[in-house]
Design a protein around this ligand. Structure first.
Ligand SMILES: NC(=O)c1ccc[n+]([C@@H]2O[C@H](COP(=O)([O-])OP(=O)(O)OC[C@H]3O[C@@H](n4cnc5c(N)ncnc54)[C@H](OP(=O)(O)O)[C@@H]3O)[C@@H](O)[C@H]2O)c1
Length: 318
């Protein structure tokens, strides 16, 4: 089968198209003929070698999120899965390929009317945004800032807070064009990356996908009893002493949290994912697909991500 492998970590040109042996489904696993493969921010982090020191091997097939048809099962998985359309999490690799395997806990059946391309656009980002907002107890009527709103997680957070009755939804983004698209999804205030723009009061909730040197500045933008949750660090880690921004504002009772989907019980994660996919099938949630490219063009997809061109998500098709 055709697959993409990372021969050298760093630049996207280190990714090569290879012929790889077809994977076999292990006990309780499903073998999926992939139709759509999500190209996520975490794939770029792995490919850049930023966390390469953890020990990813040369030759890794990246990709964690696929959708397609089940073509075989490993005992004791029910053979009734064969022929069904599914979304699947493949772990930290294995997704950029014509076939992928996933355990039953990591598979969600596709609802009628939802394309595989749309499924891999929201299958992970929807639950991340949902549980991020739940983690900081977002409540109807509150004001929210989504920092780094132009990615797949931010786009979900904007839509979910709009559906959840936020009083105000501010976003940070790098261009007025993106700001306009985010307004169409529910944003009410558009700020630049530094948080400058037409907003006068603090935020009850900040959903942060950026991190980086400015994180303490944004902590100071919380209203009394405000809560910030970090869901990603696309701008790098914050300064080591970022927590002093909270202590300087001790009398305002601010809170800071992180939320990783890895800590959410699998049953909860799958329940919310199934609900998100159903909402996308009815149009209540919009999957924002930046572009669809053939699997062979994975390196180009990564070049475009590195260049900051992507609004929403690039999807590969096998
Ligand atoms: N918490 C979890 O369970 C979980 C699960 C999966 C992934 N993640 C993490 O989520 C992140 C990827 O999320 P994503 O795909 O939604 O994000 P993304 O598309 O990679 O980035 C979101 C947006 O942030 C802005 N941005 C990028 N670099 C920036 C910088 N240096 N300073 C300020 N803004 C910047 C860009 O928008 P503008 O150009 O418009 O500003 C970009 O579109 C990764 O860190 C990944 O590890 C977390």
């Amino acid at each position: 089968m055709k697959a993409i492998s990372i021969q050298t970590y760093g630049d996207p040109s280190g990714m090569q198209v290879i012929e790889a042996p077809e994977p076999e489904p292990g006990p309780g696993q499903l073998l999926i003929a992939t139709e759509a493969i999500g190209v996520g921010g975490v794939d770029a982090v792995i490919r850049r070698g930023t966390i390469g020191s953890i020990g990813f091997p040369a030759g890794l097939v990246p990709g964690s999120e696929v959708a397609g048809k089940v073509i075989a099962v490993g005992d004791p998985a029910d053979a009734a899965w064969i022929g069904r359309g599914v979304w699947a999490f493949t772990g930290l690799g294995g997704g950029y390929a014509e076939r992928a395997v996933a355990g039953l806990d990591d598979v969600t059946a596709l609802p009628d009317g939802l394309s595989p391309v749309d499924a891999v656009t929201i299958g992970s980002s929807g639950p991340v945004a949902h549980f991020g907002l739940a983690h900081v107890h977002f409540t109807r009527g509150e004001s929210v800032l989504v920092r780094g709103a132009a990615g797949s997680i931010g786009i979900m957070a904007v839509q979910m807070t709009a559906l959840g009755g936020a009083r105000e939804i501010a976003v940070t983004t790098s261009s007025p064009e993106r700001g306009k698209l985010l307004r169409e999804l529910g944003a009410t205030v558009v700020l630049d990356r530094a948080g400058q723009g037409d907003v006068t009061s603090g935020f009850d909730v900040i959903v942060d996908i950026v991190g980086g040197a400015d994180l303490p500045v944004f902590l100071e933008r919380l209203a009394d009893n405000g809560r910030m949750v970090s869901l990603g660090v696309v701008g790098g880690y914050p300064p080591a002493d970022f927590g002093s921004a909270l202590l300087r504002s001790f009398r305002r009772s601010l809170s800071y949290a992180t939320m990783s989907l890895d800590t959410v019980p699998v049953v909860e994660r799958n329940r919310v994912r199934a609900r998100n996919l159903a909402s996308a099938a009815t149009g209540e949630l919009r999957a924002v697909v930046h572009d669809v490219l053939p699997l062979d063009e994975a390196a180009d997809a990564h070049h475009r991500m590195d260049a900051g061109e992507v609004f929403g998500r690039i999807v590969l098709t096998a």
